[in-house]
Ligand binder design. Structure first.
Ligand code: ARG
Length: 257
């Protein structure tokens, strides 16, 4: 009986230490909550062994480094792309990192960091498609992703289209011949054509201008924005961003089922 009590108290003491150590680790620095929409490889995707929980990609690596540079811990909140601005405004997240293009409209609602990546919209079509430039889409069935800048581009061209919530859903439409073309960001398009047979990318630099990706914070949150900018500028200057981008462009970013 006595021995049992001793063992029990040892076990209790050991578990108490584990609990104390665990709480130490998380109270070591502040937390920075990044919102994203993990449907956008190679920038963010869900995978079995991500670098923050089950999340991985260029943006996730950048988020992690920003947190590290500021002695903070990065956590990820995955949500619909359309919800990121509201989540910033109501304080649910501290920053949005989601391959988000800087636009004048968005800049009215949020503050943007120094841009860290340049992209453009492209058209994904079947290999045998006759689409060669944006105006060739005029009489085609066009699919975009809801709320992405690609949707705005097609709206500006004045063509009818159908919008889906996820890039993978849009690609499925194309693969199944339910549409003729998907308009989406360049690096993500590269990933999708790598993951699906029989598709190709058509570019039109006259129709689609360059876009800059940046991190968004709540309007007026200069304290966080300064920290983010210092870290991004350092990562741009020392080549970290290009290294991360090249690494994820090559690696397998297909989502874990
Ligand atoms: N760059 C495009 C935009 O800003 C698409 C971004 C989509 N990002 C995502 N994580 N789903 O609208």
């Amino acid at each position: 009986m006595k021995k049992f009590t001793k063992v029990l108290s040892l076990v209790l003491a050991a578990s108490l230490m584990v609990v104390m150590l665990a709480s130490c680790a998380s109270s070591g620095g502040d937390e920075i909550v990044f919102g994203t929409n993990a449907e956008f490889p190679p920038f963010e995707f869900v995978t079995a062994n991500g670098i923050i929980d089950s999340y991985d990609g260029i943006d996730i690596a950048i988020a992690k480094q920003i947190a590290e540079d500021n002695d903070m811990t990065a956590t990820i909140e995955n949500m619909e792309f359309d919800s990121l601005t509201i989540a910033l405004q109501n304080g649910q997240i501290d920053a949005a990192i989601a391959g988000m293009t800087v636009t004048a409209d968005r800049a009215e609602a949020v503050d943007f960091s120094t841009p860290y990546y340049t992209a453009t919209q492209v058209m994904i079509v079947k290999e045998d498609s006759d689409i060669q430039k944006a105006t060739d889409m005029a009489d085609k069935r066009i699919v975009v992703i809801q709320g992405y800048t690609g949707e705005v581009c097609v709206q500006d061209l004045g063509y009818p289209y159908e919008a889906f919530k996820k890039g993978t859903e849009a690609i499925l439409e194309l693969v199944n011949d339910k549409c003729d073309v998907v308009v989406i960001d360049s690096a993500t398009a590269e990933k999708f054509i790598g993951d699906n047979e029989g598709l190709k990318i058509v570019e039109d630099s006259e129709a689609f201008e360059n876009e800059e990706y940046a991190i968004a914070v709540k309007k007026g949150n200069t304290e966080l924005l300064d920290k983010i900018n210092a870290s991004i500028e350092k990562m741009l200057a020392d080549g970290t961003v290009s290294e991360i981008a090249a690494q994820y462009a090559e690696s397998d970013t297909e989502e874990a089922e």
